[in-house]
Design a protein around this ligand. Structure first.
Ligand SMILES: [Zn+2]
Length: 176
């Protein structure tokens, strides 16, 4: 958590990117602060839970590291995102991920790939985790990839095309 706080100020610019959807930004920021109530967090707060296992795979303990990096379902989502983008937008560990995101190239490239897509991925992984707990159903990795693409497309369509860069236009056209 110390690393999270040290990175908080620098990371804020990435999290609060105006291109990201507000609810995606909020969940990403909660994750950076360590405030998402994963099951290991609930246990630390001595809140009784029925199981400490990941509600998605039910194999390992649910923690940030597991949910966003090690869980097979999340890995499938991130693998499909990397195939779509032609580039991985994720590090392999939570502590490295923050430094990795912070060191991305500046400008539009960073805004689109890192801020918007990372925020969407964190949001939908968290949404699916909650769906597994409260609805007893998991959202498929293909469906989550579709939702991530749709959220980016909706944001890009809200910007006048003449204001979009070449990369953004390429993304938008590839999603039509
Ligand atoms: Zn899992």
């Amino acid at each position: 958590m110390l690393l999270l706080h040290q990175s908080k100020v620098r990371f804020a610019k990435v999290v609060w990117c105006s291109l990201s959807l507000p609810n995606h930004r909020f969940v990403l920021w909660q994750s950076v602060l360590g405030h998402l109530l994963t099951r290991d967090n609930l246990l630390r707060r001595q809140i009784p839970i029925d199981s400490p296992l990941c509600s998605v795979c039910e194999i390992d303990l649910e923690s940030y590291e597991h949910l966003f990096f090690d869980c097979l379902h999340s890995q499938q989502i991130l693998h499909k995102m990397a195939n779509w983008l032609g580039i991985a937008i994720w590090s392999s560990k939570f502590c490295e991920w923050i430094a990795w995101m912070d060191g991305r190239p500046k400008g539009l490239y960073q805004r689109i790939l890192v801020a918007t897509l990372a925020a969407a991925a964190v949001y939908f992984i968290w949404l699916n985790r909650n769906s597994c707990i409260f609805n007893y159903s998991s959202i498929s990795s293909n469906r989550i990839l579709f939702l991530i693409k749709a959220s980016l497309k909706a944001r890009l369509l809200g910007i006048a095309r003449k204001k979009l860069g070449i990369l953004e236009k390429t993304f938008l056209d590839s999603m039509n």
